[in-house]
Design a binder for this molecule. Structure first.
Ligand SMILES: Cc1cc2nc3c(=O)[nH]c(=O)nc-3n(C[C@H](O)[C@H](O)[C@H](O)COP(=O)(O)OP(=O)(O)OC[C@H]3O[C@@H](n4cnc5c(N)ncnc54)[C@H](O)[C@@H]3O)c2cc1C
Length: 473
């Protein structure tokens, strides 16, 4: 269940950590003891770097869990700036709500074609063919998110999806889901929504494409860089992405508790098959959650979804696999072997026939296909807190996984962290113990469709066990 919250949120019991601590301030430091190499950021070198011989993966992991805690003691500047690493819905919402509170930020994102992360839309020229290839639609249940979506509706960024959406049983039995809870889609697909969110922003800078590969605390600020290229210094940082990339980034950052929570996150893998057909497939629906088929969990007609049922020209379908099929056929997503791609494509097209109750081999051949693996697709467990914040290290995490597995959770998490950081800045950083959030929470598995949670629809699920929060405004 999603919880609503206002300008700040405190989680009880509040505990600060007591690991080894590196003080990071602008005060001059005593020179390092002789014969010990000082790290570039002024920190004491980790014993791991003193070892002459390589260590097994297991022992390296153990040691990285024991990384030293950064502790900033410098006063917060009058005009602080936050570095947000990740320009998906969570990072963008965080930047927007920091701006509302008068705090500047820079959003870093790897996206080559645009912002948005898993709000992904692929456009294939010259026709063009348009496919939403991750998030398909979203629902809004929390009043704060509902308010945000109303604004996007007014700006013409999103619209209600009026087409039939339901459940498709193996064999072709389609049952529409009630449309009591509105379903939203981007007017031109999901990615343009993300790309437009910051268009009015005055205090947000965007760096894209940019892959932040290092975080270094130095002289009271976080220094961010991409393979040695500096990208500025920040009073606080936000990790708005997850998966292996975040684990690598945090492994030697000086944020052991933040890293520890990130490492507990588990993610599913989902294959996406994009397919364009010359002729309509003549389905009684535009989107369907598929039941009882091993290789397919969802299928949607992007053409009718985005252009209406009268649209002419080829029909662009997105087929998404089940998480079980994704796990069984997992390969490195950046380097999919051709044989695997062919096997998965055949397996998914065959699954489409099973779902629709069509004889084998009778499905019209698509004239365009593209296969993609979302290796870190959806979170399967959660600490059930809106955000994580380490006040000593002046670093936080936001993302869908903290509250659930959908676009709404990502936005709410970003908003929560923005308000929390703004409150922390207002406190001048004097009482860090009051601002620790989510650093030790246990994780619970959460349920949902393989492609997320959709409150208000039949298969609505709840996130982890409710947590005890104290809400303050
Ligand atoms: C196949 C699939 C289908 C889905 N369908 C739905 C759906 O229908 N409805 C729904 O509500 N939700 C759906 N979801 C879930 C939804 O897409 C996510 O919950 C939401 O978009 C997550 O947003 P986020 O900001 O937390 O993370 P992300 O969108 O993953 O954003 C993280 C961003 O950080 C960037 N990044 C990573 N590392 C770095 C770095 N080192 N430096 C700079 N940038 C970096 C990434 O490139 C990415 O852009 C689906 C997800 C998938 C995979």
């Amino acid at each position: 269940m999603l919880c609503s919250f206002h300008s700040s949120l405190r989680l009880h019991p509040l505990k600060t950590h007591k690991p080894l601590t590196i003080i990071c301030s602008s005060q001059p430091k005593p020179p390092p003891p002789p014969k010990k190499r000082a790290a570039a950021d002024g920190r004491r070198p980790s014993p791991r770097f003193g070892k002459k011989h390589g260590a097994s993966r297991r022992s390296v992991l153990k040691k990285t869990f024991k990384q030293e805690q950064v502790s900033f003691t410098t006063p917060i500047s009058d005009d602080p700036i936050v570095g947000i690493i990740g320009g998906g819905m969570a990072g963008l919402a965080c930047a927007l709500f920091l701006e509302k509170r008068g705090v500047r930020s820079t959003v870093f994102d790897t996206g080559i074609h645009g912002l948005g992360g898993r709000l992904g839309t692929r456009v294939v020229d010259p026709q063009p063919l348009i496919f939403d290839h991750a998030a398909q639609f979203f629902t809004a249940s929390d009043p704060q998110f509902v308010g945000l979506v109303q604004g996007w509706l007014k700006q013409g960024l999103v619209q209600e999806w009026q087409g039939a959406v339901g459940e498709l049983e193996v064999g072709g039995n389609f049952v529409p889901l009630p449309s009591s809870s509105p379903r939203y889609i981007g007017v031109n697909g999901m990615r343009p929504v993300a790309d437009s969110l910051l268009s009015q922003a005055r205090m947000i800078n965007v760096e894209r494409p940019c892959w932040i590969s290092k975080l270094e605390p130095f002289n009271g600020m976080w220094h961010l860089s991409e393979n040695g290229k500096p990208y500025g210094k920040f009073d606080a940082i936000v990790i708005a992405h997850n998966g292996k990339c975040a684990n690598r980034l945090l492994a030697s950052s000086g944020l052991p508790l933040v890293y520890g929570q990130m490492k507990r996150l588990e993610l599913s893998s989902i294959w996406a098959l994009l397919a364009a057909f010359e002729d309509p497939l003549q389905m009684p629906f535009e989107g369907a959650f598929v039941k009882g088929v091993d290789s397919i969990s969802w299928m949607a007609n992007n053409t009718t979804k985005l252009q209406g049922s009268q649209s002419k020209g080829p029909h662009c379908w997105t087929f998404l696999s089940t998480a079980a099929y994704g796990k069984r056929n997992k390969v490195p997503q950046e380097n999919i072997p051709t044989a695997t791609a062919e096997k998965v494509k055949a397996g998914m097209l065959s699954g489409v026939e099973d779902a629709l109750g069509l004889p084998k081999g009778s499905l019209q051949s698509p004239f365009y296909t593209r296969i993609q693996l979302w290796g870190a697709a959806l979170p399967t467990n959660t600490p059930g807190v809106p955000c994580i914040f380490d006040p000593l290290g002046r670093a936080g995490i936001c993302g869908d996984w903290l509250l659930g597995s959908n676009v709404e959770s990502a936005a709410l998490s970003g908003i929560a962290l923005a308000n929390h950081i703004a409150d922390y800045f207002q406190s001048s950083g004097d009482r860090p113990e009051e601002f620790a959030v989510g650093l030790r929470n246990e994780f619970q598995n959460h349920k949902g469709h393989d492609i997320g949670q959709f409150p208000g629809m039949e298969s609505e699920t709840q996130t982890a066990t409710e947590q005890a929060y104290e809400l303050t405004t």
